[in-house]
Design a protein around this ligand. Structure first.
Ligand SMILES: NC(=O)c1ccc[n+]([C@@H]2O[C@H](COP(=O)([O-])OP(=O)(O)OC[C@H]3O[C@@H](n4cnc5c(N)ncnc54)[C@H](OP(=O)(O)O)[C@@H]3O)[C@@H](O)[C@H]2O)c1
Length: 251
């Protein structure tokens, strides 16, 4: 497939590397322009482009920038053809994105994103830490393969993104329509816990919407308390512990 990626940070660059390795033609963009990305693009076998040009000829565009910056893309996203599938990797963190009233009032994050950019989105890769995304992918059928949920309203668009999730080394699980994608937001049981397919299905089924925002704030405090020493394994452990506590309290 032809894939455009807007965002060349922890997640965007990792996806670019993996999808190029899987044989896709990848164009990648950041906020500062293609000349700042040429080294990375060459190294991973992608083409550096401007964000405005990322969707040119693309079957799928992946948005992987901080959620609070996504409305800035609207100046060109509203002109994208309907058949361009847009995947959204974003999560709402008020500490980074500022408080956004719609989501503080409970709007599902990717519905807000879709409204902001004026194009439907499929939510994917939002619930895996960048280091797990880079290092923990496995071949199809491998025991213990981590599973990731993919939520969206258009069956064909969702299937396309699910096939890319598989190409990045993870089982793709149908997360339902976008309105249900709160089940994979921060911080639910499905979030950054590196679960297998059966574990993920159970986590999505038993997600606790009401507690998620408070758990997200608690988790940010826990990250900050661990400071620079924090590792991916610490974060996965903190998430699993929070889920276990939440399920004990609700039973
Ligand atoms: N980090 C994780 O473990 C993780 C896991 C799952 C999901 N996510 C989510 O995925 C998204 C990306 O996270 P990240 O950690 O990869 O972020 P990051 O490392 O901070 O990288 C952000 C990227 O977005 C680009 N960018 C920012 N504003 C832009 C704009 N207006 N136009 C084009 N590009 C722009 C930046 O380009 P410049 O450097 O040129 O400004 C940079 O390449 C976030 O929503 C995050 O919540 C992150």
């Amino acid at each position: 497939m032809n894939i455009g990626i807007i965002g060349a940070g922890n997640i965007g660059a990792t996806l670019a590397r993996k999808l190029a390795r899987a044989g896709h033609a990848v164009r990648i963009a950041n906020s500062r322009g293609p000349e700042t990305l040429r080294g990375l693009a060459e190294q991973i076998g992608a083409q550096a482009v401007s964000a405005r040009d990322a969707a040119q000829g693309a079957h799928v565009v992946i948005l992987s920038i901080p959620l609070g910056k996504l409305p800035l893309l609207r100046e060109f996203t509203t002109t994208w053809p309907n058949d361009v599938v847009v995947a959204d990797t974003s999560n709402y963190y008020p500490i980074r994105d500022g408080n956004i009233a719609a989501m503080d009032d409970g709007q599902v994050e990717s519905l807000w994103v879709s409204e902001q950019i004026g194009h439907p989105v499929v939510k994917a890769w939002n619930n895996i830490l960048a280091v797990s995304l880079a290092d923990k992918g496995l071949d199809r059928g491998a025991e213990g393969r981590i599973a990731l949920p993919v939520a969206g309203d258009d069956t064909g668009a969702k299937a396309r993104v699910m096939s890319l999730v598989e190409d990045t080394g993870f089982d793709a699980i149908d997360g339902g329509p976008l309105a249900e994608s709160w089940r994979q937001q921060a911080i639910t049981r499905a979030y950054c816990s590196d679960l297998t397919a059966d574990e993920l299905r159970a986590a999505l089924r038993t997600a606790d919407r009401a507690r998620a925002p408070q758990l997200r704030e608690d988790m940010v405090k826990a990250y900050l308390a661990l400071g620079d020493k924090i590792t991916t394994e610490d974060i996965v452990r903190l998430h699993r512990e929070a889920s276990a506590r939440a399920s004990i309290e609700t039973h």
